[in-house]
Every structure is written in structure tokens, then in C-alpha cells.
Unconditional design. Sequence first.
Length: 150
Amino acid sequence: MSENYPDMCVGFLFSTKNTIKVLLLEKDKPQWMKGKFNGVGGKIESGESAHEAMRREFVEEIGFDISWELYCCILDVRFQLSVFRAFVEEMPELPRENDVNEKLRVFEIDELLLLRRLCVYNIPWLIMMGLDKSVKPAVIKSELKGILND
């Protein structure tokens, strides 16, 4: 991909005890995401696999390592987004903010779907897809015209 639109990864940590919950970050940048919730993730560095990047980003942003499963890859003319999921029985103790001062929030799934306007546009369906353990890695081709500002 080009330098302007690097390959990216994002992951959703789900807890499954009692009610299903998901960890999200309130994004501060880029501008089109400012104030919206998204999963944990970032750029895939040169020479790094998507799995390695996801583990690195989670350790940097949240502070601990966890095993991730790739379940979706979104291909666009400008970027590739590898989407991961991880499941724990109970959500671990989490910091209030990550390493770049973005707020962390744990949402109950029902709450998130009612408040979907608070998320980056594709997050609710990516979360629902991630919760379906029967979903095998899928490739989605997309043209996000008008959604991302250059």
C-alpha cells in the first residue's frame, strides 16, 4: 500500500461472563475519528505481520499481551485493514487511558448497538461479526468513497 494509506490492524477484546462486553477506545485522531469509539489497533510496521502488529499495538496501548484471531480483512484501494478478536471470561483490570491518552471504555453489546452513533461507522457490524465464532476469516472488498477524508 502507499505511504499515505498504510496497512492497519484493529482488534476487539470481548468478555463473555454474564453479559457480553467489548473494550473500545475513544479516538482522538485522525480527525474523522475524533470523539468516536473504535477498537484497539494501528499501523502495521514494515516487516511486521498483521498478527505481530495487533499484539504490539495492544501491549503498547493497553499494557498486556493476549492471543488474537484474525476474522476479517477489509481491502480498499487505499488500505488493508486486518480485523482481530480475542475472548476472555472476565474483562481484566484496565487503565482509564491508553499510552496516547485515549479513554478506554467497556461497553455491553446491547448498549453499544443502541449507541452506535458514538462509534466509527463500521464498528457495530465488525463487532457483531467478531462475536460469531462460526465466522471464518473473510475478505471484504470496499470502496469507502466519501467516508475517509484525504
